[in-house]
Design a protein around this ligand. Structure first.
Ligand code: NAI
Ligand code: 15L
Length: 276
């Protein structure tokens, strides 16, 4: 068993795919967890945890849920590309409620950002954590906004935050792109634990991908400060997945893949030099 936080940790989006996997992992480590989601929690609530059904739009309930918490692991919200009006409530207003609660409790925020905040970088590039945001849709834009909210609350209020630009966190990689972007559930869970337990983090960014040999797109992040190194790798799936590509030139050109191609309406590809 690893170290444990001294106070409870709030997990939003606990009923989602990553929330369920993380709850299982941290509960087994003996952590005291406060779980919340707009959906019912589908598993048995583990010992040391309690679950409250709540909407991220309800700021008063979020404040109450965060009381006495050491950290908020913020996984809740719309997790795929959707129309703007569906995203603004959970991902923008909800995020504001999380940061206000963190400010009041002097809690740290661990934000599940996404590769879609930088999705329109080309796969031929190698980009650092300080790269320019190039969101590939309204969802990715909400993640870029979330990271910037972290910067605001750090500089103005001293609220610490870690922004994890998750690649593709699934039980297994399922296509050639994920040979670069895949993050295993165990690597994800260990990273989350480090984000909570590390002494001082300020406001930082870490790429959420396993130790994939094809993961040459992303470099220079906060992993050393966090004491995290991924242990799993998509490489073992290369034989079966290397040829599994879409055939769509937009999807295959950019890091964000299919999200870039959704609703794409340029008549000619964007010239690369304008993105430097
Ligand atoms: P998910 O969609 O399974 O989980 C998101 C959860 O948020 C759901 O259980 C949903 O009910 C909850 N939620 C949605 N609107 C809400 C609201 N208004 N109030 C309260 N709860 C609400 O997504 P998943 O895969 O578990 O991802 C977790 C987080 O990680 C998300 O923020 C997602 O954007 C982010 N992420 C995930 C990646 C992945 O590969 N799984 C990649 C990059 C980022
Ligand atoms: C994400 O941000 C999504 O939440 C997830 O469903 C995947 O689409 C992932 O990115 C990805 O890029 O593979």
């Amino acid at each position: 068993m690893t170290d444990r936080p001294t106070k409870p940790v709030l997990i939003t989006g606990a009923a989602g795919n990553l929330g369920r996997a993380l709850t299982k992992f941290l509960a087994a480590e003996g952590w005291t967890l406060r779980l919340t989601d707009i959906m019912a929690f589908p598993d048995a609530v583990p010992i040391g945890a309690d679950f409250t059904k709540a909407d991220l739009n309800d700021g008063v309930t979020i404040l109450r849920l965060a009381e006495t918490c050491q950290a908020i692991i913020h996984l809740g919200g719309v997790s795929v590309e959707r129309p703007f009006e569906e995203i603004i409530g959970p991902n923008i207003r909800g995020l504001f409620h999380i940061y206000e609660a963190a400010r009041r409790e002097d809690a740290r925020v661990i934000f599940a950002s996404s590769n879609h905040s930088i999705g329109f970088h080309e796969r031929t590039e190698t980009i650092g954590a300080d790269t320019q945001f190039q969101p590939d849709g309204f969802y990715g834009l909400s993640k870029a906004y979330g990271e910037l909210m972290g910067r605001l609350y750090w500089f103005k209020h001293g609220v610490e935050n870690v922004n994890i630009r998750i690649g593709s966190c699934f039980p297994e990689p399922v296509n050639a792109r994920m040979l670069a972007t895949w993050l295993s559930y165990p690597d994800f869970s260990r990273l989350m634990a480090r984000c909570v337990l590390t002494g001082k983090v300020g406001s930082c960014v870490v790429w959420g991908a396993s130790n994939n040999k094809r993961m040459t797109w992303w470099r220079s992040d906060a992993r050393e400060t966090l004491g995290w190194a991924p242990q799993d790798s998509a490489d073992t799936f290369a034989g079966q997945l290397a040829g599994k590509v879409s055939g769509d030139p937009v999807e295959e050109r950019y890091m964000g893949g299919a999200f870039c191609a959704m609703g794409y309406s340029r008549s000619a590809p964007a010239p690369a030099e304008l993105f430097d």
